[in-house]
Every structure is written in structure tokens, then in C-alpha cells.
Design a protein around this ligand. Sequence first.
Ligand code: ZN
Length: 192
Amino acid sequence: MQPPDARRDGRVNSLLVSSPSPYVVNVRDLVHRPGEMRERELDFGAPEKLGEGAASVAAGEPVHIDLRLEGLHEGVLATGEVDTVAHGECVRCLDPVTLDVQVDFQELFAYSPDEAFDFVVRDDQLDLEPVVRDAVVLSLPFQPVCRPDCPGLDPVTGERLPDGYERPVEQDIDPRWAALEGFRTEQDSNEK
Ligand SMILES: [Zn+2]
């Protein structure tokens, strides 16, 4: 719940260092209570861009997380499903692409630092940021396309190719090979 005067434009003021990360959840009521379970929903605008590739989740993009927190003997198990939207550019035709991102994660946050666990409970809190970031970034395509059969652009004219267009495969011989072809023919005929 946000107060009515909360910023609604999703922008992040980098000077507000003390403002808590929306990825941080308090688990005081679960700590050292094995068997206890809580479900929470987190909704916030991404404080920072997620992903550096051809598709990414922009800063300010709404992020929804269905979160389940379970107290275990060695720590708190966080299981979640992230819903957000990534934007990119079709690698074939350069049209903007919007991708629904829906990705699961599960991570144990240990009570004591231990080499077996990558994450720990600090001050009765879990910082889900690296876990969510990894899950989201790994789910983003390296080469987004606007649709699987996008024909792309004509390499010569730069115009969009018609639907169903099939690139001619090795129909046009590279000029360097063409020259070689001629050379070989000449040589062959000389030998005769
Ligand atoms: Zn395309």
C-alpha cells in the first residue's frame, strides 16, 4: 500500500539512497520458525533496468511477484513467480518487440553465511533483487523476433520482405567464387 502522495511515475531518484529496495522483504515472523509459511504479492516499478541484451525490462516497468516464504531449519526458502514485460527490437526486421516475461525462482536464504548457500538472511530481511534479476535476465531471448516466421528485411534494399518470402540459398554466387569458377573452367579447357 502506498500513501496517496507516493510517486506514481515509476522514475527512480538515485539520490534517495536510503529508500528501501522494493525487492527487500521482511521475514522476521518466519525466522527460526521451521514449518511457518507466508504468501505475499509484491508490485513495484523496476528500480533499474533488467538485462543488457537485445531485450530488456526497462526501469519503471511494473513488476509483479507472487512470493511464497517458508521457514526452514537452515534458513528461509523463497519461491516466486515474476511477471513483467520486456521490450526489444526484432533482430530480423528491427520492429519493436514486446515480450511477456513470466519466470519462476526458488532460493534458500541461509541464517548463517555458509559456502553452500549463495544468499543469507540479513537483519531479518531477504534481498530478492539478485535472484529476480538472474531469473528474469536468463529468460530473455538473445535474439528476439517479432514473430517466429518474420521474413526480415531485404539485404539490398532494406525494405521489409513479403510474408512467406524464402531467402534464396546460395543462388547468387559470391563474385569471388564466380571468378574462381571461371578460372577453373579455363584451366580445365587448357588441360584438354
Ligand atoms: Zn520482425
